[in-house]
Design a protein around this ligand. Structure first.
Ligand SMILES: Nc1ncnc2c1ncn2[C@@H]1O[C@H](COP(=O)(O)OP(=O)(O)OP(=O)(O)O)[C@@H](O)[C@H]1O
Length: 268
């Protein structure tokens, strides 16, 4: 494994993380670093614990042992008030968006704002409309409920909610799953643009090889409860691990690689 990069600021540092449900350890000695400003892609076979790791980092799944620092703080062992202060510096896009179905897009975006900020209704509306524009939704999406939105619009609305508090860090759980290739490509571009313009650090769980090629600076491959490999795409392509070979050299991977090197449109 590559030595830690001392020259870059570490935003998330996970060390020897173990997470279990009953007698089964999903994560068993996993260590990784996430650097400021990077887009990190987290990959692994289905059920290897990618979502569990993301949820553990943000305190939604119980850590059995190990250490996780976020923004240099041992988040899980802070007092609730300090945890709140840290948590408002990140936004989360859960799988399927996880929007409140009874609320409009605007109201969904305002949920974290109401929790953390004391603002007038007028300002809350203005801020929500700004976020809606930021993620490329039309203003008329504001008053729609999730059931009235397409899959791509739901992802954008969920991203707008993740950005509600101007976070430094966003967690994205399979942001392009369920989108058609064009929609997925546009969503990748949006993430890359937001990283650039807002200076975000992006932690992205994904199965999408096109996304990995198109926008990820580094990739972490998870399996057997730990990190199998981490580094840029070249490191993944050079790995001899059987799962990595199958994943990064299979037919879908070849198509994604061809797409990336031609700068062409995605394949389905
Ligand atoms: N609350 C829970 N209780 C018991 N088992 C759980 C719980 N949450 C997750 N698991 C188990 O942990 C394992 C890892 O789940 P996780 O959702 O992290 O996988 P994943 O790598 O994200 O998979 P996918 O790529 O399919 O989304 C699975 O076997 C899952 O059933």
């Amino acid at each position: 494994m590559a030595p830690p990069d001392q020259s870059r600021e570490v935003i998330i540092s996970a060390h020897d993380v173990r997470v279990n449900f009953g007698s089964r350890f999903i994560l068993d000695g996993l260590s990784l670093d996430v650097y400021r400003g990077e887009i990190l892609g987290v990959v692994g076979a289905s059920g290897t614990g990618k979502s569990v790791l993301m949820r553990t980092i943000i305190g939604l799944a119980p850590l059995h042992s190990g250490q996780i620092d976020v923004f240099g703080m041992d988040y899980l062992n802070l007092r609730p008030r300090e945890q709140q202060r840290i948590a408002r510096r990140w936004g989360v896009l859960f799988q399927q968006g996880a929007l409140f179905s009874s609320l409009t897009v605007k109201q969904n975006i305002q949920v974290p704002m109401r929790e953390y900020l004391k603002l007038s209704p007028k300002l809350l509306d203005e801020l929500a409309m700004l976020k809606i524009a930021l993620v490329g939704l039309k203003p008329d999406a504001a008053d729609k409920r999730p059931s009235e939105l397409s899959g791509g619009m739901i992802k954008r609305a969920a991203l707008a909610r993740a950005l509600a508090l101007d976070p430094d860090l966003v967690f994205l759980d399979e942001p392009t799953s369920g989108l058609d290739p064009i929609g997925a490509g546009e969503f990748d571009e949006l993430i890359a643009t937001l990283r650039q313009t807002l200076g975000l650090t992006v932690y992205m769980v994904t199965h999408d090889l096109d996304s990995l090629h198109a926008i990820c600076d580094r990739i972490v491959a998870i399996g057997e409860g730990r990190v199998l490999a981490q580094g840029p795409m070249e490191t993944m392509l050079a790995s001899e691990h059987p799962w990595l070979r199958a994943y990064f050299h299979g037919p879908r991977a070849r198509a994604a690689l061809a797409t990336a090197s031609n700068g062409a449109k995605r394949t389905s």
